[in-house]
Design a protein around this ligand. Structure first.
Ligand SMILES: Cc1ncc(COP(=O)(O)O)c(C=O)c1O
Length: 451
C-alpha cells in the first residue's frame, strides 16, 4: 500500500482553525492561540492525557441526537431514530443515546453486549448483520430485542428455529436492496444491486421471500429496511429509495395483505470532512424523508408506517477529534513534506483504506493561518499510513499538538493495535470539564489474552 502522488501545485488555504466551517465540533473556539473544545484547552488536555487521544464534544453529540429526534418527530410524529453504534461504540455513548430517547442499531454480539451492559432497553434494539451467528441470534432473541433485521432466507430459518426453542415470537424486519445508486464512495455503497446485504429485488426475490417470512413459525414480520450507503450528500437518493420501498410495501399489501408497520430507511447522511463541504442539515434530511414517505403512502393508499432512520456518522463524526504530537519532520524535495505523528492507521484507517479527506490544525497555533501543504503521516510500518494527504497546516515544529477534525465516526471502532500500538483513550469534554470515558490501552492489555 502506498500513498497517492502528492499534488505539488496545491496551494495552502491560509485558513485559521475557526475558518474550517462544518468540520468543527460545535463548541470549538480559540483562546490565547489554543484550540478549545467543550471549554477545555486541547493543548493542556493533550499534555495531561498523552496522545494520540480521541476527544468528543459531549454537548455537540447530545445536540445532534436531539436534533434528529425532534426534527423527525416534528415532520413525522410516528418515528424513531436509531443510533448506529458501529460508528462509535463505548458505554458512555450508549448511555447518552439511551438517555436522549434513541433506539439502537447493533451489528453483532459485541455491540449487543455493550448495549445490554448499560441497560439499554432491549425492546429499543434492532439487530443487523449479513451473517449473524447462531450464538448472536440466540443472545439477541433471548435478550428480547425489539427487531431482528433479516438479511437472508437462511437466516429466517435460523431465527424461526431459535425463537421456537426459546419459546418466543420474534419481531423481524426484512432488509431489501432497493437498487438505488447513492452518490458516494464504492466501499460504502450498499443499496445497489451487487451487495452482500439483504434480500435482492432482482427477479423479484425479496418479494417472493415475504411469503416465506409470513409462513415461518415464531416470527412476526413488521416491516422493511434498506440502507443505501454512507456519506451521502444528495437527499434525492434517499427520496428515490423511499419511492422504491413504498412501492414494495404497496405490492406486499396487495398480494399478501400485510400492511407494513415499520419502514426503516437506514443511515447514510453525509458530513463535512473538508472545510468546503456543505452536507445537508439534519432537519432538511428529516423533512425530505418524511415528505417522501407521506407522499408515497398517500399515492399508494397505504397507512403511514412508523418511520425509522439509523444515523451513525452524522451523529458523532464532527463531534469527535483526534489529538496527536508531532514527532518527526521530513521534506523530500519535489515530492512532499511529511509531518509524522504518534498514531496513524491504527487509530484512523480511513485515509489508508479509501483516501478519506480530513482537516487538521496545530492546536497550539490555532489562530495562525495554515500556510503549508503537508502529508500528516503516522508511525506505522506501511507506506500508506497517513491521516491527512496533501492538507493545509500551520508550519509544524516538534512537539506541536495536531488536532484532526471529523474523526468521531469509524475511527475508534475500526482501530487496531498494529505495531503493538495501544489504542488511545477517549475523553468527553463539556462545560470546561474533561472526563476519561475509555482509558488508554496498556502494553499489558495488548498481552492480556495471550496464553
Ligand atoms: C444497516 C446500517 N444502518 C446504519 C448505518 C449507519 O450509516 P451512517 O454512519 O452512514 O449514518 C450503517 C453503516 O454502515 C448500516 O450498515
Amino acid at each position: 500500500m502506498s500513498l497517492p502522488k502528492s499534488d505539488l501545485s496545491k496551494q495552502a488555504d491560509n485558513r485559521t482553525a475557526l475558518q474550517l466551517g462544518a468540520v468543527l465540533p460545535r463548541t470549538a473556539e480559540v483562546r490565547g492561540g489554543h484550540l478549545v473544545i467543550g471549554g477545555v484547552d486541547m493543548v493542556e488536555l493533550a499534555h495531561e492525557q498523552g496522545t494520540a487521544l480521541y476527544v468528543f464534544d459531549e454537548a455537540d453529540v447530545r445536540a445532534r441526537m436531539a436534533e434528529y429526534r425532534d426534527a423527525l418527530r416534528e415532520a413525522y410524529p410516528h418515528s424513531d431514530v436509531l443510533y448506529a453504534s458501529k460508528a462509535f461504540l463505548n458505554k458512555e455513548i450508549l448511555r447518552i443515546a439511551r438517555d436522549e430517547g434513541l433506539c439502537l442499531d447493533v451489528s453483532g454480539g459485541g455491540e449487543l453486549a455493550c448495549a445490554l451492559a448499560v441497560d439499554f432497553p432491549p425492546e429499543r434494539i434492532f439487530v443487523h448483520g449479513n451473517n449473524k451467528t447462531e450464538r448472536e441470534l440466540r443472545e439477541a432473541i433471548g435478550a428480547g430485542v425489539g427487531r431482528i433485521v433479516l438479511d437472508s432466507r437462511l437466516e429466517l430459518q435460523r431465527v424461526s428455529r431459535i425463537a421456537g426453542e426459546l419459546g418466543r415470537t420474534q419481531k423481524v424486519l426484512m432488509r431489501v436492496t432497493p437498487g438505488v445508486e447513492a452518490d458516494t464512495h464504492e466501499y460504502i455503497k450498499t443499496g445497489c444491486e451487487d451487495s452482500k446485504f439483504g434480500f435482492t429485488m432482482l427477479e423479484d426475490f425479496a418479494f417472493r421471500c415475504v411469503g416465506d417470512v409470513l409462513a415461518a413459525p415464531n416470527v412476526e414480520l413488521t416491516g422493511f429496511h434498506c440502507h443505501i450507503g454512507s456519506q451521502i450528500f444528495a437527499l434525492h437518493s434517499f427520496a428515490e429509495a423511499v419511492q422504491v420501498m413504498v412501492g414494495f410495501c404497496a405490492r406486499v399489501r396487495d398480494h399478501y395483505g400485510l400492511q407494513a408497520a415499520d419502514l426503516d430507511m437506514g443511515g447514510g447522511l453525509g458530513i463535512a470532512y473538508g472545510a468546503d463541504d456543505e452536507p445537508s442539515a439534519i432537519g432538511d434530511f428529516a423533512r425530505r424523508l418524511a415528505q417522501a414517505v407521506k407522499g408515497g403512502c398517500e399515492a399508494e393508499g397505504l397507512p403511514l408506517p412508523r418511520l425509522l432512520v439509523e444515523p451513525g456518522r452524522s451523529l458523532v463524526a464532527n463531534a469527535g477529534v483526534t489529538l496527536y504530537t508531532v514527532g518527526i519532520l521530513k521534506t523530500l524535495p519535489g515530492i512532499r513534506k511529511y509531518v509524522a505523528v504518534d498514531g496513524g492507521m491504527s487509530d484512523n484507517i480511513r485515509t489508508a483504506l479509501y483516501h478519506a479527506d480530513y482537516e487538521a490544525v496545530i492546536a497550539n497555533k490555532a489562530d495562525k493561518p495554515r500556510t503549508e501543504i503537508v502529508t500528516l503521516c503516522g508511525k506505522h510500518c506501511e507506506s500508506g499510513d497517513a491521516v491527512v494527504l496533501d492538507g493545509s497546516l500551520q508550519p509544524a515544529e516538534l512537539g506541536d499538538i495536531v488536532c484532526v477534525f471529523g474523526t468521531g465516526a469509524y475511527c475508534y471502532t475500526m482501530a487496531s493495535t498494529y505495531n503493538g500500538q495501544p489504542r488511545p483513550a477517549i475523553v468527553f469534554v463539556r462545560d470546561g470539564q474533561a472526563r476519561v470515558v475509555t482509558r488508554r490501552e496498556t502494553y499489558n492489555d495488548l498481552m492480556s489474552r495471550d496464553v
